[in-house]
Design a protein around this ligand. Structure first.
Ligand code: VAH
Length: 322
């Protein structure tokens, strides 16, 4: 049942980990025909393709975005397309080019077409070793150690500028690691937290690429989607932070995740063989203070480690049975 039938939404990166599930939820909320899924390299799932309009969009090409915006009279863009932290460290120049040029194109198209809103995800990757690692505050030092994190800091500043200079209603949250069971993530440092579930169910064993005691802030996909839509549906007068909001739900170590999975799969064995991604993980906070988002737009996550693990194992087991 559509909640609002006035919004005409484009989701870029709609075949990615967050985009693929966010698009479906947006279609449930605003009506399938009002939400265009924009993809590029990865082919859309049957569910995404069958449930509403799909268009190939090259976000590094402004004309490609503009063509879809004009054809579907888009007034709101959720811009999810990006290169994540681990892939970004393999090709930092490509990561800068894709992440920054795409955001600039989206903001320019939104400005020129006088759009009502843009959502853009930042990340806890904006924080670095000089940031307080425990309960990282909303306002703090942003000295990332990855190109991905650098593009997120630059992106936050660019979004803030487009709000201040042009009045563009662009909103953003700093996501932690996202755990999901629909579309596996590609190229993220936190991908181990998703892979562990898949491998525990498939093979009852997993070799984790970070240390057992590595603690990172994480969030289950339903809460990730809730944060985006709740923020975009909030009254503009309540939004006081235009760069990006800290949001959090739960933090746990790789070993604690393995132990929680073993409550459902008792003979699951997890080994730990850190690789280059350990250094990235070590530069990020262990927990996030999101009291500002809770105060300004009632951010309130639902899932914790136990409820997320239960739901992930139930959903993935069903998925592998079909
Ligand atoms: C990554 N999943 O690992 C993303 C995220 C906080 C991490 O931004 O790069």
């Amino acid at each position: 049942m559509s909640k609002k039938n006035t919004k005409r939404i484009l989701v870029t990166g709609a075949t990615g980990q967050i985009g693929s599930e966010l698009t479906i939820e947006l279609r449930n909320t605003y009506g399938c025909d009002n939400v265009v899924a924009g993809g590029h390299k990865r082919a859309p799932s049957e569910k995404l393709f069958q449930s509403g309009p799909f268009e190939f969009v090259d976000v590094t090409d402004k004309q490609s975005i503009e063509t879809v915006v004009k054809e579907y009279e888009i007034d709101t863009i959720y811009h999810l397309a990006a290169i994540l932290s681990a892939t970004g460290e393999q090709d930092p120049q490509l990561a800068w080019s894709v992440n920054m040029n795409s955001l600039y194109n989206i903001l320019e198209v939104a400005r020129e077409h006088k759009m009502t809103g843009v959502f853009w995800p930042s990340s806890i990757a904006v924080f670095g070793p000089s940031t307080p690692r425990l309960n990282t505050p909303q306002e703090t030092v942003l000295t990332p150690r990855t190109m991905y994190g650098t593009t997120k800091v630059a992106g936050e500043l660019l979004c803030n500028y487009y709000f201040l200079r042009f009045g563009l209603d662009v909103r953003s949250v700093r996501y932690p690691g996202i755990i999901s069971n629909e579309t596996p993530p590609v190229g993220g440092t936190t991908d181990y937290a998703v892979e562990m579930f898949y491998e525990a169910i498939r093979k009852k064993r997993y070799t984790c690429f970070v240390r057992e005691d590595t603690v990172l802030p994480m969030m289950y996909m339903p809460d990730c989607i809730k944060a985006a839509i709740d923020l975009m549906e909030s009254d503009a007068s309540r939004i006081k932070h235009r760069a990006s909001y800290n949001v959090a739900s739960t933090s746990f170590s790789a070993g604690e995740l393995a132990a929680e999975i073993r409550k459902h799969i008792p003979d699951f064995v997890c080994e730990y063989k850190p690789d280059f991604r350990q250094k990235i993980a070590d530069s990020w906070p262990t927990s996030i203070d999101d009291t500002v988002a809770r105060k300004e737009w009632n951010w309130n996550p639902t899932y914790d480690l136990a409820s997320m693990t239960r739901d992930m194992i139930e959903k993935l087991t069903k998925k592998f049975e079909t």
